[in-house]
Design a protein around this ligand. Structure first.
Ligand code: NAD
Length: 435
């Protein structure tokens, strides 16, 4: 099948490479020439495990090309996935300007197209967007939906860090379609995928994505709230959640207490759902609390540290992990930002380190902090080490690696160290356990 992908970010590029690896011929479109040029050289503009090798393979095989020319991309394909960003507006609602602009660019190519074409929204959009915003724009072409073109919504559930794996072997594939013909085309695109497929209407597909993310975010904030109780009474929330998660109705996943959820999806998607409900004159008491707990959690961790050691002024802090999680260079909504800001407010000296995200973090933070080129330089002479994300490099740390520190305090927000190996020699402060 000939597939075009509009937007070559985390979702678009991974989907493009994934579809090409399944045998489709893929044209990726982006407005940023530099990204297009890199992709055509087999170099992904983002960091994602395994992506570079597979991209190179499909580019060399001629199965994937990138371009800025959307007209050619639509002319030469029969299915287009829209994968542009849908960030938050300042009031937390979804900003659809990127998607609207992208769809406006599709009007002329659709007008000039001979033959049937399906447009499918893969970006996360609030229920109603595809039919009430995208469809009216496409209709400006003078073409008729159901006759000249089809419309679909196929939410993406990949997780950054393991995006390719998630894309190629998802737990489920949700296909929303305006009619059977659109759904048939989408089904052909996913023929080579051995995952359960749910066919539904477009609004339900849009809502499934929000509901999934809202529920996962709720589990995380729930675990963080329980972790504060556990800290207070001197027990370990990870032991508690192990017992809780053995109940198959609950499941252990996403019950890890930590610094809260970040990234390009959970915070913005929960906020957008809250705003969407408000616009529909509905209250979202649970989701409001989910966001509140999430905002409080990074500050709570720094406050607790501050209390335990009696002041952070002038303390040198090795801050490990700037991306919102390990395995990515993505710093959108990273919990590192509120934590570092709070540390600076308390006049600590912060040395940041992340295997991939330091450059992106520099653009995010207004104040100057020091950065280290490697883990061991960051730790050298530090009074305190704070581990914020879960890169493999951090998971492999051994107690001896901290020997070059001046102080003995380790704050493990992800609980990736083996606590029992540290408690004798260090002041180990784990989220959700006594210290
Ligand atoms: N990142 C994730 O983990 C993830 C997971 C599931 C769903 N989503 C959703 O997928 C969507 C895309 O997310 P992302 O993280 O890939 O975004 P991103 O910001 O990484 O990528 C968006 C890309 O679209 C390009 N673009 C913007 N306007 C364009 C236009 N008019 N024409 C062509 N290209 C254009 C940008 O240059 C950029 O390369 C969002 O709605 C997001 O919520 C993201």
């Amino acid at each position: 099948m000939n597939i075009s992908i509009i937007g070559t970010g985390y979702v678009g590029l991974v989907s493009g490479v994934g579809f090409a690896s399944k045998g489709h011929d893929v044209i990726c479109v982006d407005i940023v020439e530099e990204k297009v040029e890199k992709i055509n050289r087999g170099k992904p503009p983002i960091y994602e495990k395994g992506l570079e090798d597979l991209l190179k393979e499909v580019v060399d095989q001629g199965k994937l090309i990138a371009t800025t020319d959307i007209e050619k991309a639509i002319e030469n394909t029969e299915l287009t996935f829209i994968c542009v960003g849908t960030p938050s507006s300042s009031d937390g609602s979804i900003d659809l300007s990127g998607i609207e602009k992208a769809v406006e660019d599709m009007v002329i190519p659709l007008k000039e197209k001979n033959g049937y074409h399906v447009f499918c929204v893969k970006s996360t959009v609030v229920p109603g967007t595809t039919e009430e915003k995208v469809l009216p724009l496409l209709k400006r072409s003078g073409k008729k939906v159901g006759e000249d073109f089809g419309l679909g919504m196929n939410p993406e559930f990949l997780r950054e860090g393991i995006a390719l794996e998630d894309f190629l072997k998802p737990d489920r594939i949700v296909l929303g379609g305006i009619d059977e013909r659109s759904l048939d085309v989408l089904s052909i695109a996913y023929e080579g995928f051995d995952s359960p497929k749910q066919k539904t209407d477009i609004k339900s597909a849009e809502m499934i994505k929000y509901t999934s993310n809202a529920l996962l975010a709720t589990k995380i904030s729930f675990a963080n709230e329980i972790s504060r109780v556990c800290e207070k009474i001197g027990i370990d929330v990870y032991d508690v959640m192990e017992g809780v998660g053995l109940d198959h109705r609950i499941n252990r996943d996403f019950l890890n207490a930590g610094a809260g959820f970040g990234g390009s999806c959970f915070p913005k998607d929960v906020s957008a759902l809250v705003r969407f409900a408000k616009e529909n004159h509905l209250e979202t008491k649970i989701l409001d609390s989910v966001l509140t707990v999430n905002d409080e959690q990074p500050v709570h961790i720094v406050d607790r540290l501050n209390q335990i050691i009696g002041g952070l002024k002038g303390k040198r802090i090795a801050f490990l992990g700037l991306a919102f999680k390990g395995g990515t260079d993505d710093v959108r909504e990273t919990r590192a930002l509120p934590m570092v800001e709070k540390l600076l407010e308390l006049e600590a000296d912060v040395v940041g380190y992340d295997p991939e995200a330091s450059e992106n973090f520099k653009e995010l933070i207004l104040k100057d902090i020091d950065y280290s080129e490697n883990l061991h330089d960051a730790l050298k002479d530090a009074d305190i080490c704070i581990i914020q994300n879960d890169w493999e490099e951090f998971k492999r740390l051994e107690p001896e690696d901290f020997d070059t520190m001046k102080g003995d305090i380790i704050v493990d927000t992800r609980r990736i160290l083996k606590k029992e190996e540290y408690v004798d020699k260090f002041t180990y402060i784990g989220v959700g356990c006594d210290n």
